[in-house]
Write a protein that binds this ligand. Sequence first.
Ligand code: NDP
Length: 429
Amino acid sequence: MKRNVLIIGAGGVAHVVAHKCAQNNALLGHIHIASRTLSKCQAIIDSIHDKGSLQQPGQLTAHALDAMDVEATKFLIRATRSQIVINVGSPFLNMSVLAACLETGAAYLDTAIHEDPDKVCETPPWYANHEWQRRQACKDAGVTAVLGVGFDPGVVNAYARYALDHCLDRVDSIDIIDINAGQHGRYFATNFDPEINFREFTSTVWSWENSTWKANAMFEHRQDWDMPVTGVSTTYLTGHDELHSLSQNLGVPNIRFWMGFGEHYINVFTVLKNLGLLSEKPVRTARGVEVVPLEVVKAVLPDPASLAPDYTGKTCIGDLVKGVKNGQPEEVLIYNVCDHEVCFGEVGSQAISYTAGVPAVAAALLIANGTWDVAEMVNVEELDPQPFIALMNTMGLVTRIKDRDGDRLLDPAPQLSSAQRLPRRAHAR
Ligand code: NDP
């Protein structure tokens, strides 16, 4: 059993993580929230009290921390006696926070691949450039590290593994499809950290084709998909974290990631990029001030968390998995639909933050009760997806499956042992 959680970051995803930890504090214990800005952490705590999210009375504390400082992070982990660290700060922090976990023995979770501020789109597989170099160290220290356990990466990795284990005899392709059919009402905004969001799209698009890496340009390949609830949407082949582990771990020859974009997003993005405003390289202004254009764009765009009150519509994210079953061609779609307004009603967040934050807490609960406490570094597809999917079904992220037998709830709970099932508090959704 591991108890007491330190949440690093106080942005949109951390807000959801903190609420969901609070809803489960009987198992998770004390909850600590740390970022450089104490007031942001305190605001999350205030919203937890406003929403009455605490499952039972318990400790809920804000801390000022620069998580790039490994010694300070180690000190805070020890001082708070946190055995689980959920890193939902910026992806630049991953390797520092992981180092602090390795030295304190705390379990580590994150929702995005590590990024070096000076490099955009490194050589694939991206995990090998950073996190996987600490794989042996995790094993030697017996430290559990679950990488990329948001929605994508995260839940979509679990869906891929589920399809392999339970749906098809042979898998030939996995297309991960991410549609946000919501409207936030602003002229232009990104749904999570704009700096990270743009860095995803400014360089080479890597996909896994015929068991090798294929490079494309952004917006080069377009595909329309008819998804449940959100309907027909236009997507573009996009490079994304999960391809960099799924390609190495599943033995599936074709894995692609498709993200939905409206024309307006593409137009604004193209203008910003062509003007050089999405560059991570510093420039000097006429007044002699050195600025990073991408950081300036981030500073003037809406804070993604501020979009939540006005957001309407739904997201649909899932894996379309094709292959062979009983000698016949077969395909299955495993997916989730999430409603922005429902998320706001429950925890005060939009669905992008919600779909990223809930899985991280589900994973923390599975570490807390031992099910996923594997004492080594893993990506989500290396773990049994069933307890994860079953638990999220009770936490506001419901998984559905669509195949030749119809479209229905995917509920692995009956297959689980009682030790793998967690008693759940009824929640507001
Ligand atoms: P935000 O930009 O809203 O929040 C990032 C937070 O990190 C801020 O609160 C910031 O607070 C904190 N932070 C930055 N630097 C430091 C530091 N040195 N020390 C301590 N805290 C720091 O991002 P989101 O909440 O939208 O996203 C969080 C993470 O989740 C990102 O890695 C993102 O890529 C990932 N994500 C994953 C998704 C998935 O499905 N897998 C989907 C969406 C996001 P402060 O400035 O006060 O330090």
